[in-house]
Design a protein around this ligand. Structure first.
Ligand SMILES: Cc1cc2nc3c(=O)[nH]c(=O)nc-3n(C[C@H](O)[C@H](O)[C@H](O)COP(=O)(O)OP(=O)(O)OC[C@H]3O[C@@H](n4cnc5c(N)ncnc54)[C@H](O)[C@@H]3O)c2cc1C
Length: 507
């Protein structure tokens, strides 16, 4: 097995979660693997920012479906639990409305009593939610784990069986309001549309599996932060023999006779390859990594027609104080629906914003010195298709965010305690992190941009070229991104007749 694979060289563009998953698995199967990463560190959006004594996660702040991470590590010859100290968060998070808050739990009876406390009389509806969504998850999730490079997969028997569960024509909000019959309670189970960069009122109903996944399987924090997962994956890939080249931006993918033959780095160096895996953001890659005219389908015009996720205005604040605030808190805008529509209908964010504060120092002492906190503040905003001049707006929007924090959280004196600060807004996502239109959660996940209709793991335009990451199938979010890396690794192994053992054989 190793002999066959050793002759094959795979170049992976980008050391984000998708690229690292593919790299560590392929290297374990005996392939020669070279990862070229533009940044001086691994992880991409799942990397770390270190400011003075503070460590922040750039993007992901919790892991769902830990089993998938465990599986991909096993398939790379590693053991995630041995390599990382994973903590299951209980309660999971607090949701703060104007006049009340609710804390969510994976303990069924605790969750019901919390619903009874905040929304009396609605607690038994949680049983219905759990049962209905458990069934939906059982039918739908295996369909997301396959590759859709062939149209016929859309008609595979398990897809047909899953059809009644896709909630066609219904939004996530419709599905949850249908169960809970209370707007604010329904928000508890629909704000998760944000994880896909979508609005609960537009996100397809089938994504009700996301709140189920949280409540059914819990959410995790690795000590050291979520970036530890990427760093540990990189260690595993290196241990398996992969080379990870940092500060090595790829300028172009070399294509001959419509097949990928390697990459050219920004400095001019050419690296030949049998296969190329693209982990760089899909919209950015389609626009920048191919010579003009190579792509016939994913042209700039086609990309402009695709629906995109929202963007995010991020503030990373190192403060010399501890605050009484849970690990994760989401603050809903006064007029949440209007706020969501501003974000998704490409309007200026205004001052009545929704925001999320992560106070991970509460659980994890490695992120800040004793008595200090590494605070992460996330504000969903429109992507760069909106007519907002972020160069002019950045400072005034920082003020809006700080004012909201002062008014709505216990951190009334935050300004006087900020020791370190970094902002990443829509323009920085695009210009510094190569994210197309600053749409941080990639292409939107509407039904016409999913499965066979999303850019495919076996790239449909160029041979020997594979896509991984949030812009391809199954979509944005760590577990599905790990699946994209595993699907690509399996497709590559199969194309070279390299036998492998995988929990996902549906390629
Ligand atoms: C603010 C935020 C919060 C999120 N929170 C969560 C969460 O809590 N849980 C969750 O499951 N998901 C979350 N996500 C979604 C998703 O899991 C992450 O965005 C994830 O990091 C995306 O992984 P990826 O593999 O698609 O690509 P990326 O992480 O974007 O990695 C792509 C890599 O390609 C590199 N690259 C780009 N261009 C080039 C080039 N030309 N040459 C070489 N390298 C290049 C980049 O530098 C980068 O390292 C969040 C995302 C964001 C932005």
């Amino acid at each position: 097995m190793a002999e066959q694979a050793e002759k094959k060289h795979v170049v992976v563009i980008g050391a984000g979660p998708g690229g690292l998953t593919a790299a560590m698995i392929l290297a374990h199967r005996g392939f020669r693997v070279t990862v070229c990463e533009a940044q001086p560190h691994v992880g991409g959006r799942n990397g770390a920012i270190r400011l003075g004594p503070y460590t922040f996660d750039i993007g992901p702040t919790f892991l769902m479906l830990k089993d998938i991470l465990d599986e991909v590590f096993r398939e790379a010859g590693g053991d995630a639990d041995k390599a990382m100290d994973m903590r299951r968060l209980e309660p999971m998070y607090r949701l703060q409305y104007q006049d009340k808050y609710i804390e969510t739990s994976t303990d069924h009876e605790k969750m019901k009593s919390e619903i009874a406390r905040v929304f009396p009389g609605h607690e038994n509806r949680y049983d219905k939610f759990f049962k209905q969504e458990q069934t939906r998850f059982r039918y739908l999730f295996p369909c997301l784990q396959k590759s859709y490079h062939r149209f016929r997969t859309m008609f595979a028997p398990d897809m047909i069986k899953a059809l009644p569960y896709i909630a066609a024509g219904k939004s996530l909000f419709d599905v949850m309001y249908g169960i809970f019959g209370n707007r604010d309670l329904a928000l508890t189970f629909t704000f998760q549309a944000k994880y896909l960069g979508m609005s609960p009122w537009e996100c397809p109903g089938l994504f009700s599996i996301i709140p189920y996944i949280e409540h059914g399987f819990g959410i995790y924090h690795p000590i050291g932060g979520l970036s530890r997962i990427s760093e540990t994956m990189a260690d595993q890939a290196r241990a398996n023999g992969a080379e990870i080249r940092l500060s090595a931006p790829v300028e172009k993918i070399i294509v001959k006779d419509r097949r990928a033959k390697g990459v050219r780095l920004a400095g001019g160096e050419v690296i030949e390859a049998d296969d190329v895996v693209i982990n760089a953001d899909f919209g950015y890659a389609a626009q920048n990594l191919f010579e003009p005219g190579v792509l016939r389908k994913w042209t700039p015009q086609k990309l402009q027609k695709m629906r995109l996720s929202c963007s995010i205005f991020m503030m990373y604040l190192g403060v010399d104080k501890s605050y009484d605030l849970p690990h994760h808190t989401v603050f809903f805008a006064k007029d949440y629906r209007r706020n969501v529509e501003d974000v998704f209908h490409l309007r200026d964010p205004g001052t009545d914003i929704s925001f999320y504060v992560r106070n991970a120092s509460l659980t994890d002492p490695t992120l800040a010195p004793p008595g200090h906190s590494a605070l992460y503040v996330l504000v969903p905003v429109a992507n760069l298709r909106a007519p907002v001049d972020w160069a002019a707006k950045r400072d005034s929007f920082r003020e809006v965010v700080l004012k909201n924090i002062e008014e709505r959280t216990p951190m009334k004196d935050i300004r006087s305690h900020i020791r370190e600060e970094k902002i990443i807004g829509p323009r920085e996502w695009r210009d510094d992190l190569n994210v197309y239109e600053g749409a941080t959660f990639n292409l939107a996940h509407n039904l016409t941009q999913m499965l066979y209709f999303r850019p495919r793991n076996k790239f449909e335009e160029v041979g020997n070229c594979y896509l991984v990451g949030g812009g391809t199938h199954p979509g944005s979010g760590l577990p599905t991104i790990y699946e994209s890396g595993r699907i690509a690794a399996n497709l590559i192994a199969r194309s070279h007749q390299v036998p492998f053992v995988s929990g996902n054989l549906e390629v």
